[in-house]
Structure formats: C-alpha cells, structure tokens
Design a protein around this ligand. Sequence first.
Ligand code: SF4
Length: 358
Amino acid sequence: MTLAGIAIIQTAFPGDVILTGGLVRSIRERWPELPQAIVVRPDCRDLASMMDRDLTIITYDKRGSERGSAGMRHVAGQLIEGPWDTALIPHRSIRSAVLARTARLNPRVGFNIGIQQFIHTDAVTYRRGIHEVERNFDLLASLNGKVEYMLDDETHPPPPDLQAPFFHLTYEGLGEAESIAATLPFAALAPGSVWPTKRWPALHWVTLAGWLAEAGLSIVWTGGPDERDLCHQLAAAADTGVVAAGDLSWQGTAALLKKAHVLVACDSAQVHLSGAVGCPAIALFGPTVPAFGFGPLGKGSRSIGIKLGCRPCRLHGGRHCPEGHFRCMKDLKPVTVLRSVVDTVRETSLVQYGVDER
Ligand code: SF4
C-alpha cells in the first residue's frame, strides 16, 4: 500500500480540532513533503490555518449549506480531486466515516467504537485514560508496517513521533490582539463553556479577578461571542479587566493568549488553544475529569478539581447537576485556584512582578 497523502476528518467542536493539531504536526515532522488536508467545520477554519502553513483546509458546513447527501458529495468531490489517498478520522461520527468512504479514500483509519467502526477499513483500539492527542496519534501509528513509505529512501524508515499541537501565529491575529488594551503582565480569564455545569460560579470568578488585580496582574476576559455578555457582567462586578470576548477571531485569541502570563479557564477550547501557543493554563474541572483525555498540555499547566463521589457525572458536562447541589464547582474555592495561579507564575518567572500567595 502506498501513501500519497493524508486527509484528516475532524468536524467536531473547536477544542477537538485544536487537539487534532498534534496529529497534523506529527505527520508534518515525519514527512515534510507529504500532502496533507484537514476537513473541519467553517467556524474552525481559522484554527486549522494556524496548524501548518502547507495544510489544505476543506470546510464542511454539515449543519448548514452542505447539509444532506448533496452537501456531503460536494465535500467528497474536493477530496477526490486532491492528492490524498488515506483518511485518518479522529472524529467519532458516522457522517465523518461515510464522508471518507464517499471520497473513496483507502485506507480509512478510525476508532473501534460506534457503528462507524464498520465503515472504516481499519478500526484502531480507542484507548481510554490517555490524552486525546495521544489517542489521535494511535491512528497514525497504526499505519506502521502497512504502508510503503514512498517518500523515504531508507529501507526501514523510523515511525513518526508523537507531537503536541503547536500553532503558528498570524499577522492578522497579532494585529487583533494588539487592539486589546491589556496592560502587561496580564492573566486571561475564560469563564465560558457551552455546558452550564462546566462553568465556575460567577462570584468565584469575581473574587479571583479581584485578588489577581490586587496582586498586580491585569485581567483580560476572553471567550467567544456567546460569552461576551457574561464577561462584561463579570468585569463590571469585579470592577477590573478589559473584555476581549467576542471581539477576536481564533487567530486573534491565540495571539492574545501568547501574550498572557497565565490562563484560567473552564474545561473548554480556550485551554487547548492556550497549550498550542505555549501559555500555561489552569483548567477548572467540575462534572468532567482530565482522565477523559482533555487536560491542559504545556509547561506549568494544571488541572484542578475536587474529590466528590459523584464526579465525573458526564462525558461532556450537562445543563443541570444531576444531584442538584453542583458542589463540584461551588466547592472549588477561589483560594485554591489562586494557589495554582501562584504556583504556575512562580514556575514561569512571574515572581518578578510581586504576586504573593495568600
Ligand atoms: S453530579 Fe456531581 S459532578 Fe455532576 S454536576 Fe453535580 S456536583 Fe458536579
């Protein structure tokens, strides 16, 4: 079997797309010349553009203009026209598996879970308890010994190495970040999440922001357009910080996080983006746990959660606490988070700015 090019299909949420950046990088490091494409939702194009300058990005508006079989055929047609013969499918979805088959990609390598495993040509063991980046890498590693490395001169070429996501900043993103009037040094706070039970209580954010400001860090409230109102409310209540939420593209947010000394965020895409640009992240976990594979990566990053018999209760978080008390987030106190921020900034040399532990 030859390997002419790889198409990665990942049309899940932004956080999943960011972590797929590790797969893109692993392929690029091993085969710098290999044609590589990624299929993502239109709102994730911006993210994919920071993964690799030679990456072909194909968007699939699966819930909008390309909904239905005609839309899928349109996307498949773009894949058929390209040089890619192999599909890696980290997205656990029937639609993504069918897209790869419609695009006549072969082999089609995905995970051995869900009914879609029967559409893949190669179903790789879905290992639980490891990081998503490592899990995705299993798809690539499964090609070892099965493909003829047509781009290599060596008789026994080395297998690819696992790489974490690493995003390249863009001039556009840097320009956007410059428009945010943040005073250095600053902490980025990302209080939003699609899932209400993943959000830390507003009063905790306000308390933390006040303490950080007292300690000499300025605050930037960050997030997407859906989190703009929440961030404005928190900034007003804490009487500190500038709000960038909703004003920046993903490229702009990446450039902003690159300038931040630390990010504090719920279990969300902001944590993964932070890792991809080298900003240490403090990730607050409530109904989910890092063992699901979505903890923060990168030097100085930390996951925080409290011990509770009901944790974890959901794979993705939910709208309501099944127990009704929501202790996983309410009992995660601001002082605990502050200690983690202090530990992180100590490791990353912020002590020079006079941050004290309480
Ligand atoms: S059941 Fe427990 S872990 Fe789940 S949301 Fe409620 S308090 Fe959090």
